[in-house]
Design a protein around this ligand. Sequence first.
Ligand code: HEC
Length: 461
Amino acid sequence: MNLRFLNVPAALFGLSALMGANAASAQDLAPTFYADALPVFQKNCVACHQPNGPKVGGITAPMSLMDYDQARIWAPMIKNALLTGYMPPWGAHERHRGEFKGERYIDKKEKDLLLAWVDAGALEGNPADAARADGLLASAGGNVLPKSGWWIGDPDLIVQFERPVKVPDQVEDWQPSIQMQVPEGAHTEPKWVAKAELDPGGPWVHHIVSSHMGVGVPGRGPFEYPKGWGVLMPEDPFITVDMHYHKTPGEGTAIEDMTRAGFKFYENGDVIDHVVETNLLPHRGWTIPPGDPNFKVTSEHQIDEDIFLLSMGPHMHYRGKAMRYDLEYPDGEMETLLWVPDYDFNWQFLYEYKEPKFIPAGSTLHMSWWFDNSESNRFNPDPTVAVEYGPATTDEMANARIYYAPTTPQHIVVGEEIPADILARARHDEQTRRERSNTLDLSKDDVDWLNESQKMIEDGH
Ligand code: HEC
């Protein structure tokens, strides 16, 4: 009896002493925001997750990860985003590490540290430790927008919508194609584009695909061609952007967007050796059966002259699941140029080589696209229908855009006469774009399109 009575407090004492010891050592060892998490956020996340949102080519991330209170509130979401690989956003498989500009991979060690920080209760720690982290941010550099408001410096040409585009209350996602107006007299002769930048009107701009400068996604800086590479923008250019607006729908959430684009041109005396060409490489003529969770299509493209490949931009819609570019060299050797194992329509990346890649004449590019038309794809607009190639986001696409140039240097001196064939081709491309475009009519009532699409839904389409 006595023993039992004695034992209880002894056991309790022992337990609490143990807990006390554990708590103390856990506190010493547990990662804290200022000492551990912040430097990792700064290296991997704050390019986008900073106060006032980034003016780095796109959407504002929902919170600043430089701020302890916000980071703590978002801690469970942070864990989830890291575990699923949703953050930091990037599509190319880890095996491509080091190949593409602007890649976003988080080191395993850093990821584990953030997970440990969340699991240990997202502790604050000592703000004095942040001094170290501030140093890191400063040395990482490039997060402060220059005074001009443009990363590329003062643009030589700024274009924008004719008037602000209204995105009504009811809208959650909307993807209009919109023309950018060139101010009267601002671009009366052909010029070589060296750099370009998109300046979205606000955080509701989820991404932009532009006719002249590739893709704008959050955290992506300006677009810059390698030195000596350029695109000829003829006089009277037809510049369009495919916008993706994304916001919470509801009363009072309507916004107006005025997105701009800025261009820097090569200067007289600069030399253009590589005139950038592009090919959408669309693949049509297939039907995805209803409910199919893993539908694959493939196509091929012959490379018949030596080229340098500059970049690749896979494009599918909401059923897009994965995409791969494989190269078959003339001797039969195979190389995977790009593997996007978990394609996400909401993040349209352009994979741009750090060093343009040499591809010999006689090679074959093999493209593969995978689609998930099942109901377990949470983005699937309708798993009960068969889907074909088409422009609406409820249709699908299998595109594999490439940007490239022939390897033979052109040696075009800017300011001297532009070779006639190159000028003719640039004008022709511009004209084709103008004819084929289906841009939003800004002179019409803005809600027409909405009424139409609502009617479609009500009619059961
Ligand atoms: C390229 C810019 C960018 C980078 C880098 C980035 N994020 Fe994000 N993040 C965003 C944007 C934009 C959103 C909002 C879009 C969304 O929720 O889909 C977001 C959303 C989130 C969310 C909310 C997710 C949800 O499900 O609502 C979390 C959590 C997050 N980011 C954590 C991180 C962490 C942690 C890092 C670094 C390891 C990081 N992000 C890096 C841009 C970025």
